[in-house]
Design a binder for this molecule. Sequence first.
Ligand SMILES: *Cc1c(COP(=O)(O)O)cnc(C)c1O
Length: 436
Amino acid sequence: MTRNTDLNDTLFDRAKQVIPGGVNSPVRAFKAVGGTPRFIKRAQGAYFWDANDQRFIDYIGSWGPMILGHGHPAVVAAVQQAVTEGFSFGAPTEREIELAEEILKQVPSMEMLRLVSSGTEAGMSAIRLARGATGRSKILKFEGCYHGHADALLVKAGSGLATFGNPTSAGVPPEVVQHTLVLEYNNVQQLEEAFALHGKDMACLMIEPIAGNMNFVRASVPFMQRCRELCSEYGALLVFDEVMTGFRVALGSAQSIYAQAIPGFKPDITVLGKVIGGGMPLAAFGGPRAIMEQMAPLGPVYQAGTLSGNPVATACGLATLREISKPGFFDALSSKTRSLVDGLKAAAAAEGVPFSADCQGGMFGFFLMPELPQNYATVMKTDNARFNALFHGLLDRGVYIAPALYEAGFVSAAHSEQDIADTVTIAREVFRTLSK
Ligand SMILES: *Cc1c(COP(=O)(O)O)cnc(C)c1O
C-alpha cells in the first residue's frame, strides 16, 4: 500500500526552486528517511491533511506546541479577537503581563521572565544573561541536547575534557565555540571532572532535563542532583532548556518532576517555547528577580525584539495555557500517552521486534532497541534502515511521526482513545513487516 503523493511531489519540486532544500527548517525535508515531505493543507484536532488530501494522525503537533490539538475553539476565538485589535504595536500590552503571570504561577523557580519569538532566541539570550550575571565566559552543554541554532551552541565535543568544542555547522568560527564544553549526558564522572577543571570559570550548565532532541532520554535523578550541586558549589547557573518539555511533560514542566525526587530542587534560569505559544512564534526565558534584573533596560545585559510579546502570539499562548491549566488536563493527557506507549510496546513484542519506549505527560519516545538509551551515542546505534522502514510504513498507513530517529513524539488532548488504538493496530502491521 503506497499512497498517492503526486501533488506533494509537485509542491516539493516547486519549493526546491525557491527555498533551500524546499523547506524552512531542515528536518522537514525527510532527508534522514528519504521520500517526499508532505505539504500540509489544513489540520483539525489530532489530524492533518496533505496536498493529496490524505489524512494523517499527527504525532508531531508542530514539534510540540499543539498540545490541545489543531484548531481548538477557545484558542481560535482568542486569536481571532486579537487579530481584530491589531497585529503588532511595538509598545507594551496588558496581555503580555497576563501571559507572564500565567507562566510564573506554574513555574515558581521563575520570578520574572522576558518574552521573545523563538526558542533559539530565548536560549541564546539565557546564555548571554548567565554570562552577564556571573561575569564568566565558559558554558557547558551535553551531546544530543539541542538548544536552538545560536553560534555558541552548535558545537560537538572536543577531544577530551581539557579541550572545548568544535563547531557542528559551517559558518561558526572555532573562536565562537571555544568557551563551550560538551559532555556526555547522564555521565556523572565526566561532569565532576569537568567542574574540577573548569568550574570556577563556568557561567552556566545548560541542559534539556528530558532530552527531546535525541528522541526521549531522561536525565537520571542522581545526574541531575549532581548538576545542581556542582553549579551551586562553583557559582555557575543551572539553565533548564524546557522549550520542549515546558508545559508539555507536566503543568509545572520537567523541573516539577525533578523537584519531586530532589527536595528543594530548582534551576536558576528556565527557557520556554513551543507550548507557551500554542503554535505561534513565542518563547521566554526567566529566573529569580536578582538575575532577571540584569537585563536591559534595568541592567547591563542587552536583548531586544521588534515582535517580542506579539499581541496575537500572546493571545494564542494565553488561551492555550488556560486550557491546559484546567483540573485533570495532564492526568488525561498522560494516561493517553501512556496507553499509546504501552500499546506500541505490546505490538512490538507480539511481532518479535526489539523495542523500548518511555513517556511523560504528552511527550513520548521509542527506540528499536531492547533497553532505553541513556545518552546520544547509544541512541545513534539505532538501525537507520529499520527506523526508516518503520517511518514509511506508518506514513503510508496514515500515521505521521517525526521523520528522524532522534526526535520525540507528542500526543495532544485531541487524540481520542480510538486514534491511539488505530495507531497501535497500524504499528503492529508495520512491525510485522520489520520482523520478516
Ligand atoms: C525546539 C527547541 C529549541 C529551539 O526552539 P525554536 O523555536 O525552534 O528556535 C530549543 N531548545 C529545545 C529543547 C527545543 O526543543
